[in-house]
Design a protein around this ligand. Structure first.
Ligand code: KPL
Length: 305
């Protein structure tokens, strides 16, 4: 299959590697043009795979059969929109990112559009990308053109299991958002690894209670204790991790807060709900972002994609 991967960060490289190994015809798409892209991915078993790919080839994009977008939510509209006029009308687009609300920032697309929610964990060093832990990827349709594309889950599953198709991807995305809306901003507030949030479980309880109110109004069947249990499970399973949001703050990059807590608050407002705990955390993270954004002396860091 002819595949373009837009966004060649840690997650993008994991997929580039897995799809290349399966024999697909894969190219990467970078923000800044380069003739080639060389990557090295180290598996969970410490096996290393290095490969050089072509990148930003417009002709390949015009013949593309799948566009996999691994950009973060805040980078997605500006990264994706310039590619749309070149992309065949029937080429499926998979958006793989944390958070919700990105589709609200996109014009209506004719291409079949899917959302993928993943717990695959990878991180990047200056020399290589490390697959830290196997996860599960849930894939589902965002528009009617994508409703019958469940075969895509099988193609992705063969490359980087487990992948499964969910007709109701909205519920999966909300459940992931709930976990990220508790863990990520709290790790920024306490500047800590995920596991240290076991010391602030009363705050976790209040945050889960507020999320359950909004999810119920969205028509998703859940409650405070179910959400609390899944958040605590992730805190324990990823105890040694620094959340992606804390990593973004430490690297002075913009975070996904607008598509996680920001989206939660936006939906709460639509239902006339007030979420004081999440509002306070949102302000906290936005303040951190604006502190370094306004620091004119800061070094300009390379873009993450
Ligand atoms: O998805 C994550 C993130 O950091 O963005 C969690 C699950 C919190 C793991 O760190």
């Amino acid at each position: 299959m002819r595949i373009t991967v837009l966004g060649c960060g840690a997650l993008g490289q994991l997929w580039l590697c897995a799809l290349t190994k399966m024999g697909h015809d894969v190219q990467g798409w970078l923000k800044v043009f380069a003739p080639h892209f060389r990557f090295q991915v180290v598996s969970t078993e410490q096996d290393s795979f290095s490969h050089t790919l072509s990148v930003n080839d417009s002709q390949k994009l015009q013949q593309c059969e799948l566009l996999l977008v691994t950009l973060k939510a805040q980078q997605l509209p500006s990264g994706l929109l310039p590619l749309i006029p070149l992309l065949p009308k029937e080429c499926p687009i998979i958006l793989m990112h944390n958070g919700l609300g990105v589709v609200d920032d996109l014009p209506q697309l004719t291409q079949p559009l899917c959302h993928a929610v993943t717990t695959q964990a990878a991180y990047r060093t200056p020399t290589a990308t490390f697959h830290k832990a196997w996860g599960f990827t849930q894939l589902g349709p965002l528009n009617s053109a994508a409703a019958s594309l469940s075969n895509l889950a099988e193609i992705l599953h063969q490359a980087l299991p487990d992948v499964a198709w969910y007709d109701d991807i909205k519920t999966s995305a909300w459940k992931k958002l709930a976990v990220n809306a508790v863990i990520n901003p709290l790790t920024v507030k306490y500047h800590c690894q995920n596991g240290q949030l076991m010391d602030v479980l009363s705050e976790v309880t209040l945050l889960c209670r507020e999320i359950a109110l909004v999810m119920n109004r969205e028509g998703i069947h859940t409650d405070d204790s179910q959400l609390f249990e899944s958040v605590v499970n992730v805190i324990q399973a990823t105890a040694g991790n620094y959340s992606s949001m804390l990593q973004d703050i430490q690297a002075q990059r913009s975070t996904e807060i607008d598509y996680i807590t920001g989206y939660l608050l936006k939906r709460a407002r639509c239902f006339g709900l007030n979420l004081p705990q999440h509002s306070a955390l949102y302000q906290w993270v936005k303040q951190q972002e604006s502190d370094y954004a306004s620091d004119t002396l800061r070094t300009t860091l390379p873009s993450s994609w």
